[in-house]
Design a protein around this ligand. Sequence first.
Ligand code: ZN
Length: 549
Amino acid sequence: MPKLIIIGMDGASPDLMLPWMEQGMLPNFCRIRQNGAFGRLNSVPNQRSAAAWSSFITGLNPGSHGIFEFYERVPGSHDIRFSRAASRDGISFWKYLSENNKTAIVVNVPMTYPAEEIRGCFISGLDAPGKNSPGFTFPAGLLQEIEREAGDYIQEPGVTSLVMADRTEEALKRVIESVRQRGKAVRYLMSRYDWDTVVAVFRETDPAQHCFWRYMGDGDSMFENAIAKVYQEVDREVGEILSAAGDEYRVMVMSDHGFGFRQHGNGCLNQWLHEAGFLKFRKVNNAVSVPGVLRRSYQFLEKFVPRRFKERLFRLVPGLISKVHSRVFFSAIDWDNTIAYADNIMPVIWINTADTGSAGRIRREEYWDVVSKLKSALLEKCLEADTMRKVVEWVKHREETYAGPHVEKAPDLLIRWKESEKISGLCYGTDGIPLHPQYPTREFTVISGDHRPAGVFMAAGDGIKKNIEIHGLNLVDVPATAIYLNRLPVPEYMEGKVPEDLFEDQILASNPLQTDRRKFVSDKAQASEYTPEEESDLRDRLRGLGYLE
Ligand SMILES: [Zn+2]
């Protein structure tokens, strides 16, 4: 049976790859495309990496696996905390393979800390606190072995921090080095350990696109081709990985979401909600301005939030700081008189319901009325600040977007901006004042690229049709296909489908689709990332300065 290699590229965009393949810039990807299938891969509705990779891992939608972002709201409060892979519901497809006596090598998939004990070996991803953290690899000691044999292993290249420090050239070098080292580590593991399936994720494409998007097409910039260089480097490493795999293998290439220019709608949502009458700001020290509050809060964060904590936040949410920061954003909100609020980072809206314990809460009987008012305001009166064009493609309640036992963890509303609109700011209706994001510091502005809904999918190898385009694929179809290609029945509760039009008839005849009748059992309670001591230390420090209620 041919082995299977799955290459993940965080945020890789089909809209970039197609022309670059045609121009001969990505010869290895081009070969895969010509010898196989190419298509767009629908991400999860919110296009966030933590949610998307968790769907790739489990074959479930975020409402079932319960991970919507790298952070989550603490139930019953306005507080936030890191999401943990350990609180993810469902089982990973490599665990399923392992239970069925298949071996796997898993490298650098986001939301996989601590490493899973499977048949094979495992290096966890960027959600691990650090590469020397206990449980970073399985078996333990694997990192030392890799570093001995293949050199320094770079968990995450830290692009955003370098760019913020005006070390942009170094950032690009580091990202390329990170791709090379990742490739080396993967090849080392493939040569040293048994495997039926390899899953290796190159994360580097995501931070590179976040930081270097602004330079694309800028002939005057030395970074004009920075993103292309990173793709080319991944292409080269993929070529090497495939040649190390011998003759008989199948390969799938996928990304968790696509990419495009950054739109600045999210950063104005609270101001927009204020203009629309859904949110009130608190008067601080005789009406200090909102930007003033943000700036002071930021300075406070700089001073008091531990470095280790901040570094992790920057890694997980490049440049956009974190939910801890949005705790600071929240400090400007008058909860007693607020109906709905955003975190100014993501295109989501929370309704200030009774379960947050606020006096201005929305009662159960008012809830759906608020939902429909918000929806129509967003659709009709959320305009781009300069062009006055409507910029909301759709707005959906969480129950229209997700299904499963964890739906309630999602923000109440999810907004999809119109993909092609350049959004510099928002306006509430045609008579409104233009609202621009109030970014207190540089890390909010170095980011020039952002996620888009369509990722990439390619597949080639024995039994896969050649030179075809494939349509309508979803992220959850990839794990189902991986299981099928290991000649195992796909668990019934997994939401993905094996795309039959990807395969030659004789493969479907010799390896008919089978279903494993096991049911989905939700067995994960919500759990906190930090020890209670750490959480309460942080909260006390924030509260001590009067920024949190
Ligand atoms: Zn990203």
